[in-house]
Design a protein around this ligand. Structure first.
Ligand code: SF4
Length: 191
């Protein structure tokens, strides 16, 4: 049985896939307890894998993109079964992870890693993109933890102008590796 916080249909607001419609499946719980965490990943309901697939279909129809987020979506044992069931239903699965829990993911799963207090080297190598939060400083220490070929997005906390300025300056200094990512869903008032 999966532990879930919420399932909803919206748009990806961040990173490479910004603007793309997606069904979000927020799994409950996290293996970290970051002091700055502002995500409500509390357990809201339990559901078996097949019910989650049905709910994704009801909400998203033919929408190909499903984002497993959290909390930490890879912290639950049944997440792998959910990934397989969604792929079998024709979905492209994206995972937003803190990158601490090594996982052997199918090649067609898109992995976004947003490191916090530690990072598995295996997950750093597997990441399709990295998302680093800029909050008063650019976390330079994480940039080098990812392979040179990995897209690294700098995301200003709260879209605050001071954080945006830091991210823009850093991206201009390292234009090959770094890009700015704004939380566009907040500008347009969607989740
Ligand atoms: S890893 Fe993410 S979801 Fe988990 S506690 Fe830290 S900020 Fe919150």
């Amino acid at each position: 049985m999966l532990q879930l916080a919420e399932i909803f249909y919206s748009l990806q607001g961040e990173g490479t896939w910004t603007g793309t419609p997606a069904v979000f499946v927020r799994l409950a719980g996290c293996n970290l307890s970051c002091s700055f965490c502002d995500t409500d990943y509390a357990l809201a309901f339990l559901a078996p894998v097949d019910e989650v697939v049905v709910r994704v279909r009801e909400l998203g129809g033919e929408c190909p993109m499903v984002i497993l987020t959290g909390g930490e979506p890879l912290a639950q044992r049944e997440t792998r079964a959910l990934i397989e069931a969604l792929r079998a239903d024709g979905r492209r699965v994206h995972i937003e992870s803190n990158g601490t829990l090594p996982a052997d993911l199918p090649d067609d799963v898109w992995l976004t890693v947003s490191p916090k207090e530690r990072l598995s080297p295996e997950m750093a190598r597997r990441a399709n993109e990295a998302k680093l939060i800029v909050d008063g400083r650019v976390p330079e220490e994480w940039i080098g933890a990812f392979p040179q070929s990995t897209r690294v997005f700098l995301q200003p906390e709260g879209n605050k102008p001071s954080n945006v300025a830091l991210a823009v300056d850093a991206a201009k200094r390292d234009p090959v590796r770094l890009r700015l990512s704004l939380q566009t869903h907040k500008f347009i008032g969607v989740r």
